[in-house]
Design a protein around this ligand. Structure first.
Ligand SMILES: [Mn+2]
Length: 349
């Protein structure tokens, strides 16, 4: 699959610098690596901190090179040795300083951006990728049901967030797919609030947004619920968000655009008069990266297709509190299949 990239991008060689694309092609997570691909060779450049583990972990088509601190120089040598004239680069994950350095080092080599070609490969999941994401979702669901037992008056947002993360590892997760959002009371009004020392009080709404990583693949789940008796307004808002989530999922088919899917949820929320409180877009793709293509947003032209995985996460943030309900979903035979199995009925603890 990695060799196909050269054909579709029309280049002699490609330099992969995004650690996520490298993870995608190798199954090995490493923040300090790059991959150089020619039509018949794949080189995996890293340094001595990773070489030993990398040689065992990654497929044998990759030749692991200890490039020390000389990545650019090593790539220059490879480019010259393979007589590369057209080089594909991931411009979206390259710093300007790197780009300037490459311009100097690779004289006479023409650069092409291969970000779209890579996104196209990563956007559709194979059956084995789907199974890994499903397992990441299962770990996340089990963690959610266990963390409910940890919720007690007086616990802080930070402590609950860290207890949740411990449970997630106990359930088989290898890490968190992003910084856990755990917010109480008025802090739920911030869609991506940071956990603080704020302590839980009777009657507080709670929002948890988190996910496990399983073999490099991410999950992403949000549930809002109530500690003690919720207000009438909270129940009303909760039911609107639930309806927006469920109708968007029901409306999915192979070929719907990200904008159309976003529009389904947005219309529900607007019709109830809360349109200006839906502060973000409906969803995003999930894979080795927790935010990747396709995007479900007002202006998104991405087309949602079979075997893509993405979140459906409408939310309402009134200023006093917020509610978000997020599931991971895929499309099979032009119908939505929900990968998250946590209950969406309003939980009152
Ligand atoms: Mn999300």
């Amino acid at each position: 699959m990695i060799f196909n990239l050269l054909k579709t991008a029309g280049v002699d060689a490609a330099l992969i610098t995004s650690q996520y694309t490298a993870l995608y092609f190798t199954g090995y997570k490493n923040p300090d690596c790059c991959i150089f691909v020619t039509p018949d060779k794949c080189y995996y450049l890293t340094d001595a901190r990773y070489t030993n583990e990398a040689r065992k972990a990654i497929p044998s088509i990759f030749e692991v090179i200890d490039a020390g601190k000389q990545f650019a120089k090593t790539v220059q040598n490879l480019t010259a040795a393979h007589k590369v004239k057209r080089l594909g680069l991931e411009l979206g994950s390259l710093t300007y300083a790197n780009y300037k350095q490459y311009e100097e080092l690779f004289e006479g080599v023409k650069f092409f951006d291969i970000c779209d070609n890579i996104a196209k490969i990563r956007i559709t999941k194979t059956e084995s990728e789907l199974a890994l994401i499903q397992e990441a979702c299962n770990i996340t669901d089990r963690t959610f049901s266990r963390v409910l037992g940890e919720i007690k008056e007086g616990i802080s947002e930070l402590e609950l967030a860290y207890r949740l993360q411990l449970l997630l590892v106990q359930e088989g997760g290898e890490g968190i797919s992003f910084d856990t959002i755990c917010v109480f009371g008025e802090n739920t009004a911030n869609p991506h609030g940071h956990p603080s020392s704020r302590q839980l009080k009777y009657g507080d709404p709670i929002t948890l947004d988190f996910g496990a990583i399983h073999k490099g693949y991410c999950a992403d789940l949000t549930r809002s619920f109530s500690f003690g008796k919720p207000t009438e307004e909270y129940i009303k808002v909760y039911n609107i968000v639930k309806e927006a989530n469920e109708l968007a999922i029901k409306g999915l088919f192979a070929g719907i655009t990200g904008a159309q899917a976003d529009g389904i949820s947005r219309k529900v929320i607007e019709d109830y008069g809360y349109g200006s409180y839906f502060l973000h877009s409906l969803g995003h793709g999930v894979g080795v990266e927790v935010h990747e293509k396709p995007y479900l947003a007002k202006s998104s032209v991405d087309i949602l297709d079979n075997n893509m995985v993405f979140s459906i996460e409408p939310g309402i943030y009134t200023g006093k509190f917020g509610v978000r309900i997020e599931d991971l979903v895929t499309i099979k035979d032009s119908k939505a299949v929900v990968l998250s199995h946590s209950d969406k009925k309003l939980i009152i603890i």
